[in-house]
Design a protein. Structure first.
Length: 200
């Protein structure tokens, strides 16, 4: 039976770096962000529900979902964030389960789910193991400011909208510390992967 590993972290904590490390080991990674983005395309049930819930203001002039507007809803409006999650997460979970079945049929021994809101959205219930990528908040802020060209205040607002990384560390089976060098992150990853492989 395949071992399902849930990978999560905070925004700009380095989760994508660790996700790539799993891929480099030929371990399949199910990217829920990618699935969610596809679900926002026109002519999907999710697209229709979002427009019905939040109105035409969430659309660009070409009638596509305006991700910047949605981002502001997610990071500044707690009630709006919950409404959006209630629309998107169940559909994402359907796709994830379908992909898990596919990889099991392919004979994969380890399958990674890359889920930003692993614990918040209940995806951890699908996992045998959970891995959190940890980084110091000051590093998260500086990465966000540089990556997205936003203010420090908005970066902190984005971080605050998520479950604290300290809480995720408590809930996780394994923690990969990404607050030092990339070499140290790799060493930590290798150690965690060896432990997971020993459980297969």
């Amino acid at each position: 039976m395949a071992r399902i590993v849930g990978l999560t972290g905070g925004i700009a904590s380095g989760k994508s770096t660790v996700s790539q490390m799993f891929k480099d080991q030929d371990i399949p990674v199910i990217d829920t962000d990618h699935i969610a983005h596809k679900l926002l395309d026109k002519d999907t049930e999710v697209f229709d529900q979002i427009v019905e819930t939040f109105g035409e203001d969430v659309l660009t002039p070409s009638r596509k979902i305006n991700r910047n507007v949605l981002g502001k809803i997610i990071f500044s409006d707690k009630e709006g964030r919950q409404k959006l999650n209630d629309i998107v997460h169940p559909k994402v979970k359907e796709h994830v389960l379908h992909e898990i079945d596919y990889y099991i049929d392919e004979g994969e021994e380890i399958i990674v789910m890359d889920v930003p809101l692993l614990f918040e959205a209940g995806f951890d219930t699908l996992c045998h193991d959970t891995v959190v990528v940890y980084s110091k908040q000051k590093d998260q802020v500086s990465r966000l400011v540089s990556r997205e060209n936003i203010t420090e205040d908005y970066a902190r607002q984005k971080i605050k909208a998520q479950m604290p990384l300290s809480k995720k560390k408590e809930l996780a089976d394994f923690v990969i510390d990404n607050s030092k060098s990339i070499l140290e992150t790799r060493k930590c990853f290798d150690k965690v992967l060896r432990k997971i492989k020993s459980l297969v």
